[in-house]
Design a protein around this ligand. Structure first.
Ligand code: NAG
Ligand code: NAG
Ligand code: NAG
Ligand code: NAG
Length: 432
């Protein structure tokens, strides 16, 4: 009997371990759960159709992914055909979708993120220059020229782009994306064209420019923010498989997160940090804010536990500029002062949901969406505490990642993405 139970436990552990390694979306709990797109019941994803009514057509779409799409009608010269759960209801709960991308000669799929998915990208025709930028503080650009048949990966939540280098020939690619509804946040649209717009004060401070009145920026400001309306999942870090797994930060072994210290050596200090989160931080910097993050690197006991915490200090008129956490939802509490906060939903709506928060108020920023906090008071500082649903949420400050990556993203790409001339791009790049 004992050995049978051991066998079951082992099987369960192996099963959990392999689940842990793959998609971040909730695992299916049955063979399929075809989305009932007409149901009035709102759940994470969609309610299931009665399985007896399901047919092969629920898993099928005559998507014509072999056919070129029109890349002339738009400014950037690319066209995305996304087949997600809205197109194929059978994808519901299965954590995957697919896309075809068409590029005109010199066409660009502008810098964007998928708040809920990793993307694996295959070139079908032509040559594409592609890249992604890591989170703060490095903002390192990983880029490469891909030829027909080549495959590249864009990690979950990171800003990335593709550009057709050929001035004469179109290009085509296809991607599999690890979510039934990955979401697309086009940075230029989400930041400069949200509906309603993010205020000029915030953008001027975030991008360190007094350019907001210039016509090209006014144009940009007409448009869009990032999407949360269809946000559905909960914490995305893998579940723990034991009571704790204190990070051995000195181990040379590299795994997802960190290897565990010998549990016999773990002590209360591994779960403790004298972080002085009661103490004000220095906000004397360009944006007038200071974030003190306590993640797994500061507190090794957080390894595998899917949570971290931050203190945020705001000078009078201080801003925590538009940024995303590629791996976490954030729950935010105001301790002192007043803060104007907001987040932007993904394409196509780019709806800005914003609110003025007072002391004691709580607000949520959904995983992967662009958000900000601004202290509107010209005389008093403000303080907040945020909990984040990852041991290592990552921070991508949009301005730094886009205009301050190392090496820089090329002018051609930024000019096309933001629809401004080289002079403005150079001015912006000079700030970061
Ligand atoms: C689904 O099947 C049930 C019985 O199996 C039937 O009563 C119902 O009308 C069907 N619904 C649809 C939308 O076909
Ligand atoms: C993409 O292509 C389709 C079909 O060719 C066209 O109807 C649509 O307007 C295009 N979308 C964009 C954004 O260019
Ligand atoms: C951890 O504990 C083992 C025995 O329990 C001991 O041999 C080892 O030196 C300890 N390592 C550290 C880093 O304390
Ligand atoms: C944040 O505050 C700490 C302590 O006051 C200071 O050492 C650090 O330089 C500040 N960081 C920024 C970005 O201003």
């Amino acid at each position: 009997m004992a050995s049978f139970i051991s066998f079951l436990l082992l099987a369960a552990l192996i099963g959990m371990a392999s689940w842990q390694a793959i998609a971040a979306e909730p695992s299916p709990l049955q063979d399929f759960c075809v989305a009932d797109l007409n149901s009035a019941v709102r759940v994470n994803g969609f309610a299931c159709k009665n399985p007896t009514n399901v047919s092969a057509d629920d898993f099928f779409k005559a998507a014509m992914l072999d056919k070129p799409r029109d890349t002339v009608v738009n400014k950037v010269g690319s066209n995305i055909t996304l087949i997600n759960v809205m197109e194929i209801p059978g994808l519901n709960t299965l954590g995957i979708s697919i896309v075809r991308v068409d590029y005109a000669p010199l066409g660009l799929n502008p810098p964007h993120t998928h708040p809920r998915a990793t993307e694996i990208f295959t070139v079908l025709e032509g040559t594409l220059y592609v890249g992604f930028v890591t989170s703060n503080p490095d903002n390192k650009l990983f880029s490469k020229v891909l030829n027909k048949g080549d495959v590249f990966v864009f990690p979950k939540g990171l800003i990335h782009f593709q550009f057709n280098l050929d001035p004469h020939k179109p290009a085509v690619a296809t991607s599999a994306i690890s979510s039934q509804n990955p979401g697309i946040i086009t940075i230029a649209n989400a930041v400069f064209r949200s509906n309603p717009p993010i205020s000029d004060d915030i953008l001027a401070k975030a991008f360190q420019r007094n350019l907001m009145a210039s016509s090209s920026f006014s144009f940009l400001l007409v448009a869009a923010l990032l999407g949360l309306a269809s946000w559905k999942a909960i914490a995305s870090d893998p579940s723990p498989l034991q009571d704790f797994c204190v990070a051995d930060l000195n181990s040379p072994v590299r795994v997802n997160g960190f290897v565990c210290k010998n549990p016999m050596n773990a002590s209360a200090d591994d779960f403790f940090k004298a972080a002085m989160l009661d103490k004000p931080r220095d906000t004397n910097n360009k944006v007038g804010s200071n974030v003190t993050l306590v993640n797994v690197l500061q507190l090794p006991g957080l390894n595998t536990l899917g949570i971290s915490i931050a203190r945020l200090d705001f000078a009078p008129l201080g801003l925590n500029p538009p940024h995303t956490h590629p791996r976490a939802t954030e729950i935010f509490t105001v301790l002192e002062g007043t803060l104007y906060v907001g987040f932007v939903t993904s394409n196509p709506d780019n709806r800005l949901l914003s609110k003025v928060l007072n002391k004691g108020d709580v607000f949520v920023f959904p995983e992967g969406l662009i958000h900000f906090q601004f202290n509107p008071n010209p005389h008093r500082p403000a303080v907040a505490i945020a909990a984040l649903s990852s041991q290592n949420p990552g921070v991508i400050t949009i301005a730094n990642a886009v205009f301050g990556s190392n090496p820089p993203i090329s002018d051609d790409i930024l000019m096309k993405a933001f629809q401004v001339d080289k002079k403005i791009i150079d001015l912006l790049q000079a700030q970061f």
